[in-house]
Design a protein around this ligand. Structure first.
Ligand code: C5P
Length: 240
């Protein structure tokens, strides 16, 4: 059965594997997945996946947020599937055809997560990007539209904020994953930072999140392992 720690995705937001390694060792049994993003992947290359796997049996979430023509995305996802990434992100901002190409290339090795709307986008940036009134008046409508594209294309799920997770699960069903960043434990570290639409771990999971991305509240805690343990316990309290 899925326990509290299995919900936690820890992003390896570090400039080198040398710096990430300590956290992989420390948190290996405390989180469900490690997320490898552009910074570390560009610096270290695919080798970073192999190195992380050598140290931990936690899942690998490759957060490359791909966005290109369908054929290019298809080939890139094929390469990621060969690296045995469990999850890979692709932007929903192009076409259903691109998402379908990604899903086909991921096969049963690599689940595709659609990125709906980046959290540093708000009504103003949506407006400036040329979207119609309906979307800039209500950016959540754009999140739902893109989640619909991802669902139609057969994606494993989407990345969305705690604000949209309930609507996503309600509309697209329990099997369609909602991965939620912007997690801040109540009264914990990271309250005053760049994440605007924040949510506590327990609340995100109660609303239906299948995975929560928790970075700075763990990384910057005096005892990161203890912080991850407390977050897992908070989730256990709402799921058990
Ligand atoms: O918890 P913290 O804010 O430190 O987490 C930062 C991480 O969340 C980064 O790896 C960032 O890429 C990720 N993130 C995301 N999707 C968003 C916003 C942030 O995956 N919409």
């Amino acid at each position: 059965m899925k326990s509290g720690k299995d919900y936690i995705v820890f992003p390896l937001d570090f400039p080198s594997f040398g710096q990430a390694e300590k956290y992989v060792k420390l948190l290996s049994d405390r989180v469900g997945m490690f997320k490898i993003g552009l910074e570390l992947f560009i610096r270290e290359g695919p080798e970073v996946i192999r190195k992380t796997r050598q140290l931990s049996s936690a899942g690998i979430f490759l957060d490359l947020k791909l966005h290109d023509i369908s054929a290019t995305v298809q080939r890139a996802v094929r390469s990621a599937a060969e690296l045995e990434a469990d999850l890979l992100t692709v932007h929903c901002a192009s076409s259903i055809r691109m998402l379908e190409a990604a899903v086909g290339a991921g096969g049963d090795k690599t689940g595709i997560l659609g990125v709906t709307l980046l959290t540093d986008n708000d009504a103003q940036t949506v407006r400036e990007s040329g979207f119609s009134d309906a979307y800039w008046a209500d950016p959540a409508a754009l999140v739902m539209k893109r989640a619909e594209m991802a669902c139609q294309a057969g994606c494993a799920g989407v990345v969305c904020s705690g604000n949209e997770v309930q609507a996503v699960k309600h509309r697209f069903g329990a099997d369609f994953m909602a991965v939620t960043p912007g997690i801040r434990p109540a009264g914990g570290i990271g309250g005053e930072d760049d994440q605007k639409r924040v949510c506590t771990p327990g609340r995100a999971v109660t609303l239906g999140a299948d995975l929560i991305v928790v970075g700075r509240p763990i990384r910057d805690a005096p005892d990161p392992e203890e912080a991850a343990k407390e977050i897992a316990a908070g989730i256990d309290a709402v799921i058990l």
